[in-house]
Design a protein around this ligand. Structure first.
Ligand SMILES: Cc1cc2nc3c(=O)[nH]c(=O)nc-3n(C[C@H](O)[C@H](O)[C@H](O)COP(=O)(O)OP(=O)(O)OC[C@H]3O[C@@H](n4cnc5c(N)ncnc54)[C@H](O)[C@@H]3O)c2cc1C
Length: 307
């Protein structure tokens, strides 16, 4: 059986693509290793999605999901292993050797947290090192913790961690915080958060569990350390574009280069949407809009093929 459309990803872009595909009566499969994407793991209250003054990421994604459920979209909770174009359709395969075919594909696989790539990071993963305050934050009740990264994600994580931690250090590599003013103001409200700038994290050390973060002061060159039981890495995301790097052009940040009107990649029938693309604004509203455009473009592509 050949699907009209396969959507890879269960975040806001993939789900929206699915909603639009169902309305166009395309025979659609949505493949996602887990539903929700970044919003399902984060602590943020979303205050910039139209229709809601304030809503948690988890609640918003649940509403997206509920809207998709019951529509004529088959859902496969699997991780895509490989995708190739064979003749006029795409072959999508999974770890166990199973595969499906689809005439058009939308890649909406989002992004993954970027690593520090320092000594001790992998060693202490799950024993102090984490990339997700929502998942692991409550484990750090009364502890001192470090947030690596002084952008919005770092500040939002630090603000959330005030609910649990005794002390929160934000270590920023650059000479000043990159978070917006509102986040910086909120972080200053109760004195638990301390920002340290020009800090180049060198290693994470400990024994059974991590015990300290060692960093170089980039101004003085001096090596310093912070005793902490946890470090949450919040330094950006890597797009999951490796799965289509043979089919699409990528920019330096490994984002898929698309035509932003149509979400087309360089391979006919292959579209990309959301945070995985080279769009400059990584937001839910943009991801959803990308998903809608990609779905409608795929519909036009199928129509043109069917004469
Ligand atoms: C801390 C933080 C705060 C944020 N705050 C806001 C905010 O206030 N407002 C806002 O609008 N946006 C916010 N965002 C951004 C928003 O969450 C993202 O822009 C949005 O989630 C991107 O959606 P997406 O569908 O492109 O990708 P993602 O949400 O990353 O979803 C990707 C999906 O693809 C799946 N997937 C990946 N690889 C595979 C594979 N190989 N096989 C199968 N499935 C796969 C994943 O399981 C997931 O379902 C925030 C993000 C972060 C990290």
């Amino acid at each position: 059986m050949v699907y009209d459309l396969a959507i890879i990803g269960g975040g806001p872009s993939g789900i929206t693509a699915g909603i639009y595909a169902a309305r166009q009566k395309m025979k659609t499969v949505l493949i996602a290793k887990s539903f929700g994407g970044q919003m399902a793991h984060k602590t943020v209250d979303i205050e910039n999605y139209p229709g809601f003054d304030k809503i948690s990421g988890l609640d918003l994604i649940e509403k997206f999901e509920n809207q998709l459920k019951g529509k004529n979209v088959e859902i496969l909770s699997e991780e895509l292993h490989a995708i190739v174009k064979e003749n006029d359709s795409f072959k999508i395969s999974f770890e166990d050797g199973k595969f499906i075919n689809a005439t058009a594909v939308i890649i909406a696989a989002g992004a993954k947290p970027r690593k520090l790539d320092v000594e001790g990071e992998s060693e202490f993963l799950g024993r102090g090192v984490s990339y997700c305050t929502t998942c692991d934050g409550p484990l750090y009740q009364g502890k001192d913790i470090v947030i690596a990264g002084g952008g919005n994600a770092g500040f939002e994580s630090a603000i959330f961690m005030q609910n649990y931690a005794n002390k929160v250090y934000i270590l920023e590599y650059g000479p000043e915080a990159r978070a917006d003013e509102e986040n910086q103001k909120r972080a200053n409200e109760n004195g638990k958060i301390e920002l340290i700038v020009s800090a180049d994290i060198k290693k994470i050390q400990g024994s059974a569990f991590m015990e300290k973060v060692v960093y170089a002061d980039r101004v003085t060159g001096e090596e310093k350390e912070i005793k902490a039981q946890g470090v949450f890495v919040q330094i950006g995301y890597s797009p999951a574009s490796h799965i289509v790097e043979h089919l699409a052009d990528l920019n330096q940040r490994k984002e898929i280069i698309v035509n932003h009107d149509t979400m087309e990649t360089r391979t006919p029938g292959l579209y990309a949407a959301g945070d995985i693309t080279d769009g400059f604004l990584k937001q839910v509203v943009v991801a959803a809009a990308d998903g809608a455009k990609a779905s409608m473009s795929a519909y036009k592509y199928l129509q043109s093929k069917n004469g």
